[in-house]
Design a protein around this ligand. Structure first.
Ligand code: NAD
Length: 271
């Protein structure tokens, strides 16, 4: 399905690791909608990942960048503007990682070096990306910047660990930087709060299978898939949402506003 909603638009897509990645599926959809872009990921992820396949499929060049490195980000932004032949209209930040989660360290027993690393990668990188774009005057007017979040920023999901705090910080950065980006450059900044999705990052969370099954039964429309997230992002990159900004937008089948569903109650009601 293509409506050429992004025809003539240029951008950067962070975070496509493998075909399950939300960024991967978003890149495919942006390509279908007529957008052109540069793909980027951390140098280490490129060695493991299959990004070349996506690059061939979408005609996008790949520029490695560690999203915590201002030097890498400056190089990425400069090169992207040159390769794509002009300023950017959209940027997707689809990056998350907690060392504490990866190494099974409990929230009540953090190794703070790891906590800091996770915060830098998962949240502060969003500030760094935007500051680099802002100072470089790299965004076109009415451009759109999106980062991906999760509802653990608002509510407790114990196994989400320090990523919950990182997502709260990420969403706050979207609002704070979004103010300046809007005021000075007419650029909008939003986060999408996505259902649990079976990706490398998602599956890293302890008890993920139970977690995703529970969310599926709680949401009257079911969990939003990676493709649903990609499609939502397309609307936010398009000119149809020009004055949507500073928002945290739920793409979760209704989960965030549900107290309880019939499907969950069935498990507890005694006949
Ligand atoms: N999967 C879920 O359940 C879910 C739910 C809500 C939100 N999200 C968010 O969606 C985004 C994408 O995650 P995903 O689920 O597609 O998993 P993923 O593992 O496919 O993507 C995470 C990406 O972050 C990249 N990354 C890690 N460190 C980096 C660094 N230093 N510099 C640049 N890139 C780096 C990884 O290489 C990877 O490509 C993340 O922000 C994640 O928190 C995921």
């Amino acid at each position: 399905m293509s409506n050429q909603l992004l025809k003539g638009k240029r951008g950067i897509i962070f975070g496509a690791l493998d075909p399950n990645s939300i960024a991967w599926i978003t890149a495919e959809r942006v390509h279908e909608e007529g957008g052109t872009f540069v793909l980027t990921n951390a140098p280490i992820a490129m060695r493991m990942g299959a990004i070349d396949e996506l690059s061939k499929k979408t005609g996008a060049q790949v520029i490695p960048a560690d999203a915590t490195s201002l030097e890498d980000l400056q190089n990425l932004v400069d090169q992207s503007v040159e390769i794509l032949g002009g300023k950017l209209d959209f940027v997707l930040h689809s990056i998350g990682m907690s060392v504490n989660v990866r190494k099974g360290r409990a929230y009540t027993d953090q190794k703070y070096d790891w906590t800091q690393k996770g915060t830098d990668v998962s949240a502060m990188s969003f500030h760094k990306v935007m500051q680099t774009l802002y100072k470089s005057e790299a965004m076109n007017e009415w451009g759109s910047i999106v980062a991906l979040s999760y509802m653990a920023a608002q509510r407790v999901f114990p196994d989400y660990n320090d990523m919950a705090d990182n997502k709260a910080y990420l969403e706050s950065i979207a609002r704070s930087f979004g103010y300046f980006f809007g005021r000075d450059k007419n650029v909008r900044v939003n986060t999408i709060s996505q259902s649990p999705t079976p990706t490398t990052a998602g599956k890293g969370v302890k008890g993920f299978d139970g977690f995703i099954a529970y969310a599926e039964k709680m949401s009257q429309l079911g969990n939003a898939t990676a493709l649903d997230c990609a499609n939502y992002t397309i609307t936010l990159f398009s000119d149809l949402t020009k004055r949507v900004t500073l928002q945290n937008l739920y793409n979760d089948g209704g989960f965030s506003n549900i107290g309880v569903s019939d499907a969950i109650m069935e498990k507890f009601v005694e006949e």
